[in-house]
Write a protein that binds this ligand. Sequence first.
Ligand code: NAG
Ligand code: NAG
Ligand code: NAG
Ligand code: NAG
Length: 344
Amino acid sequence: MFAIPTSRAFVTLLLAALAGQTEAEDASRSGKSGPDKPIMLRQSGGFRQDHPSPERNPNMTLSCDHGYVEYFQPWRPRKTSIVMWHSSSTQSFQNRWDGGEGFKDMFLRREYPVYLWEGPRVGRANWACNATSYAPDYRDQGNFVAWNFGPSFNECEYAWQQATSSRYQEFDSEASVNLETDAAAIAADSGKLGTDIVYLTNSASGLRAQMTAVKSNTTNIKGIVCYESYGYVFPDDAGTKPGFGSNPFGPILVPVEEFKKLAEVPAIQFMWGDHRDDSFLYLNQSRQAAALINQYGGNAEVIMLGKDKGLKGTTHIAFADLHNEKVAGLPDEILEVNGLTEYY
Ligand SMILES: *[C@@H]1O[C@H](CO)[C@@H](O)[C@H](O)[C@H]1NC(C)=O
Ligand SMILES: *[C@@H]1O[C@H](CO)[C@@H](O)[C@H](O)[C@H]1NC(C)=O
Ligand SMILES: *[C@@H]1O[C@H](CO)[C@@H](O)[C@H](O)[C@H]1NC(C)=O
Ligand SMILES: *[C@@H]1O[C@H](CO)[C@@H](O)[C@H](O)[C@H]1NC(C)=O
C-alpha cells in the first residue's frame, strides 16, 4: 500500500535517492561495468534506412524494402558503435533466453552506443517491395538441434519457450543478402551509425555483415564478430563454388579487389560454440575465409569458444546463452586491442 510519507520519512527517502544518484555517477565515471552499474542514456529512438522506391507511374511510388535501426545513446558514450545484427530475432540481443541480461544492456553498461539493426523485410522492416510468403514448417525440434542447445535448455523450459517462439522470417537467399546489404552498406557509410562500427552478428547475419564490408566505401567498419556464421564471402579466383539453388547461405563470390576490403577491417572474429565438429561445413568455410582474408593482410581469426576459451556448453547463439556474461568478455578484447574503447 502507498502512504504519503511523513516529513522525516520523506527526507530519508530523498537522501537515499541522492546517495543512489551519486553512486550511479561514480560508477559511470569509473568506467566500470557489471550488473550493478546503472545504464544512463542520453537518447534512444529509431529510424528507417531508405532505399530507392519502385514506381508504378510518376505519381505512384511505394516506400518499401527499407531497413530499420533502433538506437540507444549512453549519457557519456564511447566512440565505437556496437551494431547488433540478429539472424531472425532482435530478442536474441535484448535478453538471455531465461530473461536475464542480454548483450544490449551489457554493452550499454560499458557505455557503447548500441544499434539494433533489421535489414529490409526482416522484423520491424517487413514492408517489402516484392510479394513475400510464409510456409509453416514444424521445425521447433529441428531448431533445438541446429542451435546446438543442450541439457540447460531442458532444465529451463522458459528459456526454451522464449528461444523457439521469438523468431521471425529470415529470407535466406543471395538476392535477399544483396537487398539487405545494399541498405546496410549505405547505413554504414552514412555516419548515422557512428564512424567506428563493430558488428555483432549471429548465424545468417554473419554473411550479411561480411557482404556489407565488401560494399562499404568508407573505413567506418572497424570490426565484425560472427557467432556461428552460416555463410562466407570468397574471392572469385579462389576456386570456391557457389552453393546450390538460391544460394541461401553462400558461399558468395566477389571480385578479388572487393574481397580485399575484408582485409581492411581491423578485426574479424568467427566464433564457434562448443561441440562443433571440424567436419562441420561452415566451420570449415570460416577457416578458409579467415586464411584468405589474412593472406591479403587482414586480421581474421577462428575461435572455438569451448576448446580455445573454456566456455563449455556454448550454443549457436552464445550471446543469449544462460552464461552469456563470459561470452561478452571476448568482444571486449578486440575493442581493447584495436584501440576502440575511446570516449568522445
Ligand atoms: C500525375 O499527376 C499529374 C499532376 O496531377 C498529372 O498531370 C499526370 O497525368 C499524372 N500522371 C499519371 C501517369 O497518372
Ligand atoms: C524481387 O522480385 C524480382 C522479380 O521477381 C526478383 O528478380 C528479385 O530477385 C526479388 N528480390 C528479392 C530480394 O527477393
Ligand atoms: C561504393 O562505390 C561504388 C562505385 O562508385 C558504388 O557503385 C556503390 O554504390 C557505393 N556503395 C555505397 C554503399 O554507397
Ligand atoms: C575443408 O574440408 C576439406 C574437405 O574435407 C578439407 O580437405 C580441407 O582441409 C578443409 N579445410 C579447412 C581449412 O579445414
